[in-house]
Design a protein around this ligand. Structure first.
Ligand code: ZN
Length: 203
């Protein structure tokens, strides 16, 4: 399986990082080794001094597909959760400045903790999914899927033009505003429609 991550999908977040507004979805990949096993603490990586959290809705692909039409896209994902796209922001800035790929800043081990999945068909409000993350008990990020620049279906259609989607692949759909640093000792709790789906600590 692979993890596909969309960058720059919420206007307020594009602005907070001073990035240009995208005209089509921008994506990058994380390997399966980026998943954080259930019950494990997130080990703060020794190669970064500035690890940011990005709280994102995560889709699970349920069917093999390539070149998927936007109208057919809903048949290709059936479950959703919330995850963190951990980013070594200091390394990412260096990579960007040199025009290098970002993998060392994004694809490192345990950089993609994900919560418990929920069936899309069981969501209370599938057209505007509320999600968020509490850091040490206080809301750090809260988002709504209606604020996405590119919809789930647009993302699935776009990505599958270039990369075949396989059952079990995960799609991180971008972070809303409010990204910031984590520190050793922090506790993170992820919420989907008000329900806790994952908690873990940074060690
Ligand atoms: Zn992200």
């Amino acid at each position: 399986m692979k993890i596909i991550c969309i960058g720059r999908n919420y206007l307020a977040h594009v602005k907070e990082l001073d990035n240009d507004l995208p005209t089509e979805p921008m994506f990058f990949l994380k390997p399966e080794t980026a998943l954080l096993p259930q019950g494990m603490a997130f080990p703060y990586p020794d190669f970064s001094q500035k690890v940011h959290y990005e709280t994102e809705l995560v889709l699970r692909v349920c069917k093999l597909g390539r070149n998927i039409a936007e109208d057919d896209a809903p048949y290709y994902y059936d479950a959703i959760t919330v995850g963190i796209d951990f980013t070594a922001r200091d390394l990412q800035s260096q990579c960007k400045a040199k025009g290098h790929p970002w993998e060392i800043a994004k694809a490192f081990d345990y950089s993609a903790p994900i919560g418990k999945f929920k069936k899309i068909s069981e969501l209370k409000n599938p057209d505007d999914i509320a999600f968020g993350m509490k850091l040490n008990g206080y809301w750090a990020q809260q988002g709504h899927s209606r604020d996405m620049i590119f919809t789930f279906d647009c993302i699935i259609a776009h990505v599958s033009r270039f990369v075949t989607l396989q059952e079990g692949d995960l799609v991180f759909t971008g972070t809303p505003q409010g990204v910031c640093e984590v520190h050793v000792g922090d506790g993170l709790e992820l919420f989907l429609e008000g329900e806790g789906v994952l908690r873990f600590v940074v060690k």
